[in-house]
Structure formats: structure tokens, C-alpha cells
Design a protein around this ligand. Structure first.
Ligand code: VGL
Ligand code: ZN
Length: 207
């Protein structure tokens, strides 16, 4: 096995606000927790991402005059969905789901902390160029393959997966470890685009 064969498990945004009862709840979001815990025992390197916004973040509808949650607006870096207030730094909503075995993580990547720009992907902010540092970390450690899961399939998981492919990683999505928001067909579009771009799909018990 060359060092390039090292595989990292990347668990995206398994936080209270994306679980049932949370501010931006994803249907069955909590169902990914046991899948994540089981897979953490199977990979040598575990990365968690954590959506981590200041209260004044530009992606919150409440910070724009007359904007409804789930509407869109033009930002200097492109179209941005305006979300309900979620994952505010230090809040309960921003905390990982209490049953997620976070002690097993080697690295936690926080993203979305710059007030003027959102960051769906674990690798780049929504301008598609500002890096989070995760690529450098993984490449430093000789990681060539990524198994990914988490929330939400059609936003943070989607952008993380296609960015990972573009950065040269071989990427497998643990499908049963993901749940989506599905805003105007975004889930089907994300799945199709991931397939087109070479993301592999698997059930977690086959990994
Ligand atoms: C996410 C919307 C806003 C996600 C984060 O984790 O998919 N979606 N912030
Ligand atoms: Zn967010």
C-alpha cells in the first residue's frame, strides 16, 4: 500500500441544527449518526466538519431586509440561498449531535466563519477559491481516497464531494449516511452531478 492509498473518513456537518428539531432541520438528519459512528471504526483518519457562523452572517435571511428564508440573493461571489439562522458559533445548534462519537476525530474543520461569505464545501468557501486548509492537511498526510457522509446531501456534502474529486481524490459517498434538504429539486440535481463527476456511491455496510 502506497501512502496515496490512505483513506480518510470525512463526516460533514452532523450538527444539531441540521437534525430534527434544529433551525435548519434535515428530515431524518439524525439517522446518519449511527452510520458515522460505525464507519469511524473502519478508517485510520477521521475528519469532522462543523458549520460555524457568526450571528451576523451574510447567509442568514434575517440579516437582509425583507428576505424570506430559502429565497436567494446575488452576492459578489454568485447566487446565495438565504437560510434561517443556524449553526451560530458556540450555540447548541452548532454543536455536534450528542451521540456522534466526536472523540474519535483527528481533525475538525470549521467553516462559514467569515461574515461576508458562506462555505458549503469542506475544501473551499462559496467563492470556490478561498481554501479551508483541508486539502493541505489531507495531502500532507498522504490521503488519496475519501469516504464521505453527512448533511446535507445536496449542499455541504455535494460541494465537498465535487471539490474533492476536482482536487484529485477518489471519493466514495456512503449513501445511507447522508440526508438532503431538497430545495427545488436540488437533491436530484446534486446526485446526478456527483455521478457525472465521478463520485462513487456505496452502502456503508459494504465499506
Ligand atoms: C448547510 C445550508 C447552510 C449544510 C450548511 O451543511 O449542508 N446547508 N449551511
Ligand atoms: Zn450554514
Amino acid at each position: 500500500m502506497t501512502s496515496d492509498d490512505a483513506t480518510a473518513l470525512v463526516v460533514i456537518d452532523v450538527q444539531n441544527d441540521f437534525c430534527p428539531g434544529g433551525a435548519l432541520e434535515v428530515a431524518e438528519g439524525d439517522r446518519v449518526v449511527p452510520v458515522a459512528n460505525r464507519l469511524m471504526g473502519r478508517f485510520p483518519l477521521i475528519v469532522l466538519t462543523q458549520d460555524w457562523h457568526p450571528r451576523g452572517h451574510n447567509s442568514f435571511a434575517a440579516n437582509h431586509a425583507d428576505a424570506e428564508p430559502f429565497s436567494t440573493t446575488d452576492m459578489p461571489y454568485g447566487t446565495q440561498v438565504l437560510w434561517p439562522i443556524h449553526c451560530v458559533q458556540g450555540s447548541d445548534g452548532a454543536a455536534f449531535h450528542r451521540d456522534l462519537e466526536t472523540d474519535r476525530a483527528h481533525m475538525v474543520v470549521r467553516k462559514g466563519f467569515r461574515p461576508a461569505i458562506d462555505s458549503y464545501s469542506a475544501f473551499f468557501e462559496n467563492d470556490r477559491t478561498t481554501p479551508t486548509g483541508l486539502d493541505g492537511y489531507l495531502k500532507d498526510l498522504g490521503v488519496g481516497r475519501i469516504v464521505m457522509l453527512g448533511l446535507a446531501t445536496d449542499f455541504c456534502v455535494y460541494f465537498s464531494a465535487i471539490d474533492a474529486v476536482a482536487l484529485g481524490y477518489s471519493v466514495t459517498l456512503a449513501e445511507d449516511g447522508c440526508r438532503g434538504i431538497d430545495l427545488d429539486g436540488s437533491l436530484a440535481a446534486a446526485l446526478a452531478d456527483m455521478r457525472d463527476k465521478g463520485v462513487a456511491f456505496a452502502q456503508s455496510d459494504a465499506l
